[in-house]
Design a protein around this ligand. Structure first.
Ligand code: DC
Length: 224
């Protein structure tokens, strides 16, 4: 079996992690794992149960009942809930806030830890998230921490949501993003910060293609 390689791509929402991570995974023939989808799915389950996103007691009590898994299909991890792939239902602004809120709960992070590590142990992956380089895969061969100005990130997310047919304003997206940034980077457990050995990469002024080209150069350099 060839050597397992893991590439960690962390950064705030809208920094272009998922676009970059899936392009890199495709290029190197690795599996793309979107770890945010796991937190979003836990959030969706909690939302469906009718619990508030800050109802820690009920959320923690619900964890053993959540049948969440990841199926490897077409070069990426597809999250399933009760054995059924989750839909774009996890991508609405409300689901984003739920995901961000539940991800602050240590028991939720512990609940999702082995699932992420097991996949990376058995497959070469490009994993995107907030704590991949710091907590989930501290030994990843390559760690990138993507950043971009929040107005640039909000604009990207706004266009993405419009393309999905959701009705939102750019101001709402920016406000949501700032709240989420604060939530994700200010929390006590596994905050979205760069690992000491991560390469900081600001792509505010770069297109997805330019971001990919620069990341590929970095990765080729590290893996050579
Ligand atoms: O990457 P995303 O925007 O889909 O992630 C949704 C939320 O999940 C995000 O606001 C924070 C949380 N998250 C996390 O805490 N750790 C990760 N590795 C990935 C996501």
């Amino acid at each position: 079996m060839s050597k397992i390689i893991n590439i960690a791509i962390d950064g705030p929402s809208g920094s272009g992690k998922s676009t970059l991570a899936s392009a890199i995974a495709k290029h190197y023939g690795f599996i793309y794992i979107d770890t945010g989808a796991l937190y979003r799915t836990v959030g969706l389950y909690i939302q469906r149960k009718g619990f508030a996103s800050d109802d820690v007691e009920n959320i923690v009590a619900a964890l053993p009942h959540i049948d969440i898994d990841m199926r490897l299909e077409g070069g990426k991890g597809v999250v399933t809930l009760d054995g059924v792939p989750v839909s774009d239902e996890i991508r609405t602004p409300k689901s984003s806030m739920y995901a961000s809120d539940v991800s602050k709960i240590p028991q939720v992070r512990a609940f999702l830890l082995d699932l992420q590590r097991d996949i990376a142990k058995r497959n070469s992956t490009v994993m995107d998230g907030r704590d991949i380089g710091t907590v989930i895969l501290p030994d990843a061969q390559v760690k990138l921490f993507l950043v971009a100005d929040d107005t640039v990130r909000a604009k990207r997310r706004y266009i993405e949501l419009l393309e999905k047919g959701q009705s939102v304003t750019e101001e709402e997206v920016l406000a949501d993003m700032r709240r989420r940034d604060k939530n994700d980077s200010g929390r006590e457990i596994a905050p979205a910060v760069a690992a000491e050995d991560a390469i900081l990469f600001d792509n505010s002024a770069l297109s997805p293609e330019e971001t990919f080209a620069k990341a590929k150069e970095i990765i080729d350099g590290v893996l050579a």
